[in-house]
Design a protein around this ligand. Sequence first.
Ligand code: ADP
Ligand code: MG
Length: 682
Amino acid sequence: MKNHEHHHNGHHEHEGGHDHKGHASDHHQGSHDHHDHHAHMIEDFKKRFYINTALSIPVLAFSEMIQNFFGVEFSFLGMGYVAAGLATFIFFYGGWPFLKGLKDELSEGGPGMMTLIAIAITVAWAYSTAVVFGLEGKVFYWELVTLIDIMLLGHWLEMRSVMGASKALEKLAELMPSEAHKVEGDDIHEVKISELKKGDIILIKPGEKVPADGKIVEGDSDLNESALTGESKPVQKSQGDEVIGGAINGDGSLKVEVKSSGEDSYLNKVIRLVEEAQQTKSKTQNLANRAAGWLAYIALGVGVVTFIAWAFFSAQGTDFALERMVTVMIITCPHALGLAVPLVVAISTALSAKNGLLIRNRTAFENSRKISAIVFDKTGTLTEGNFGVNRVEVLDGRSEDELLATAAAIEQSSEHPIARGIVKEAKNRELKLPSASDFSATKGKGVSARVDGATYQIVSPGYLKEEGIDLPEGTNSDKAETVVFVLEEGKLIGFIALADQIRKESKGAIKTLKEKGIKVLMATGDNEQTAKAVADELELDGYYSQVLPHQKSELIEELQSKGEYVAMTGDGVNDAPALAKADIGIAVGSGTDVAAETADIILTESSPEDISRLILFGRATYKKMVQNLVWATGYNVVAIPLAAGVLYSQGIMINPAVGAALMSLSTIICAANAQLLRLKIR
Ligand code: ADP
Ligand code: MG
């Protein structure tokens, strides 16, 4: 599985590290706190913003510069001190989140956005207060209070939009498959995970996520618990062992007695998907915070150099030098940088969520613009994965129904679309299924189990070839049928022919991708005729049939070595290695849990059409981020030297007021630019 970047957004003061290692239900608890905490933070920013803005009005009114601007003039005894008092309150009350953020950033690994803001407001406040109490110079109170107001507003809006996006994500994650297979006698029903009760027996098929905590009562398998324990090596478990909700089942099929209600486990799954989606940060996002860190160094460095230059190498006095230094430090803090990228992220996540894209890895999402080749799995991805049985052929004496019943008894334990088709047909014919034991699956080849004391296999044509068994008459038709063969103790006794339908969205999706110059390929475990029929119908650039799971991932590797930037789309257990190998793994939401767990992006509506949307929207999102970074930091290139007084001799110099105006402008441009993203997706 890929390493998703799980970084905490330090300056949001999310409570630190939710470990994904804790026991499932502890985790659930933690997540709720997390949520409430977030909501509480939003309220807090809002309150600070309103109170500060109200108190800022008199500070602005008392400022000489604002009075000049509006052509009014008034003053009263002690006005300067009243302004100082108000500004000091605003500095401590409104500036508190930033000062606290400074402390967190410095203790957590280096300066970022909060440091930059904290430097600017601390310098502005300390200097102005010194001036009020006698230092020669200018008072920067109005700049101080507007800076704090805008930063509070920005953070409040940002957190609110992130919260909005997470609601959208939550809705989306709830749409993910949420059924468990409940065993009642010989019957297996699909029930909602949330309806599972203690003591229920459930069946867990290969590649499925364990829906609830419990104890194995039958079967054995390797379980991957890496998402829960961090241990990446699968653990072999058998009867009597405990399984944890959230672990991923390997190739065996298990019957498990449920220990705790499924509701917790299910909520957990949803919350974890959402948290993961929120916590991953793309390279571009981290870039913004790093840029802020560098600007913090620049603010301090250039500030000091400016002071030294004016104080010691010019005819100006130290007062002038100090004022220049302060101006540089205030101006270097760009309002927009704190908002530029987060706003784009918030809007983009919310919009993708609304459009059926659950993004688990943001870097992959932003990189989707680079895709040059895309490999599709066939069954369940380009096709519905909804097999109907066309015919059942028996090669020894027994009846059709008998063969079908035996096959269905075995296939009940498989997650494969073919298996579902066979079980459905047996149910339609109201057959009584014998009981099967010792089930095991060989990815990409088939399944086996024991029924009535004999070992049966249901396998692909490829497997027959490997075993040197000739294909029987009637399977080499040109019909695009998927045929599976039934073996008893290694001897061919019959076959079942099934057919699937191409998803109605597939054709349009592939056309759009090809128009974009992307090579569209298909890799399937199915037979040559069926593969060819689908490839012709969809006008693919190429296809590979009878591909085993590891060959799918080798194929991806081969394309990569030819310089292609490869996306893989799949739904099954057999696709997981390729999904992990591809530059961008895209899982179909209706598929198995392993596929979803391995992929970078999940198409919750299972429509291949969403892939072209994904590419377009990923591209638009990336562009907006870069544009905003440029808008947010670019003005510094001009503003810092001017503020330092480089062109003083030409009579050009920026004061903080002009700087603040410039910054507000760049903030507004960034915010508006981020909103324009809404036009990029339908
Ligand atoms: P795809 O790549 O089209 O999703 P798979 O790799 O999952 O296909 O399967 C490849 C072939 O293996 C199938 O066409 C079928 O012949 C056989 N197979 C896999 N699973 C099963 C099963 N549960 N029952 C019968 N045959 C199976
Ligand atoms: Mg498939």
